[in-house]
Design a protein around this ligand. Sequence first.
Ligand code: ADP
Ligand code: MG
Length: 351
Amino acid sequence: NISDLRPVIRQLDEGAINRIAAGEVVERPASAVKELVENALDAGARRVTIDIADGGKTLIRVTDDGCGIAGHDLALALSRHATSKIDGSDLLNIHTFGFRGEALPSLGAVGRLSISSRVPGADAYQIKVEGGAMGTVRPVALNAGTVVTLGDLFYATPARLKFMRTDRAEAQAITDIIKRLAMAEPFVRFELRDISNDSPRTVFVAEAQSGDMFDALHGRLATVLGREFADNALAIDAERDGLHLTGYAALPTYSRGSAVAQYLFVNGRPVRDKLLVGALRGAYFDFLSRDRHPAAALFLDCDPTLVDVNVHPAKSEVRFRDPALARGLIVSALRHALAGAGHRASSTVAG
Ligand code: ADP
Ligand code: MG
């Protein structure tokens, strides 16, 4: 009987709200790593070191040499919807990876989080939050920048813990994220270390590149995608109606049997976007047989008002104001480069 239902509407407490939000933002250790490394990059870091143990399940530690967080801001940084990156007046004009102010409170709700930080000219401070309960701000020893430690991810949400894959699979997902971010930031040094046992192991290291953007990117792609990719890649540099496309696209002869080597970025943000992947495929259509996939690392840059990154907290999708323009630019720039390199349409595939 419906009159037996006496629903009581209540306001959830901050802890419950944060745990719910965490389910959106932090799907697995790699998403926590992504949020923390993006924070380091937003802070202007030139060196980012990521230590993980047990696939990131028991420990993730991100150390950066960025601008730091002042002691009196540490508690605020951990509270929901608190951010230094936007003031809320212009959600279309975003120049940073972060802007929602959700990552740190979410991580603090589902793991044991500790932040140590120092701004130039001040002392260093630390704050801890476990399962949503915030401790007090204390002095700590730290030379510069920020160290964020996340222990026992999802210990506070056992259901989520069950969905973790093997340490190996989670570590692989973390490596993939680091490599994507490293491609977007060739002037920054990245190091990923596995400290699961007594002898720490460097999993991936990308030294800071120098020179102009193309030199730096080429060097970084050689580190991340391999010498062979770099040696077979054509530089792409094209512009149309405020949309700028740069990067490297591999010759058809370097094509792969799967789409693993396709990296797309919009305003420096790694994205997985059907429209852009489709455009890449379309550009190579006449140059590759159907079972081959192009390899490329492409960067679309435009005024932030021309693209909406505010689609989902995981932020891997984007929405262009003019999708046809983005597609057209990619297809024409790549076809032009491939034709210029002497690659004639060789496909026997019917259209
Ligand atoms: P968002 O990145 O969306 O602003 P976060 O919850 O990730 O939200 O971080 C909250 C705030 O804490 C940031 O806006 C920034 O001011 C500060 N912060 C977080 N990580 C760092 C860092 N590594 N270095 C300097 N400041 C940081
Ligand atoms: Mg952030």
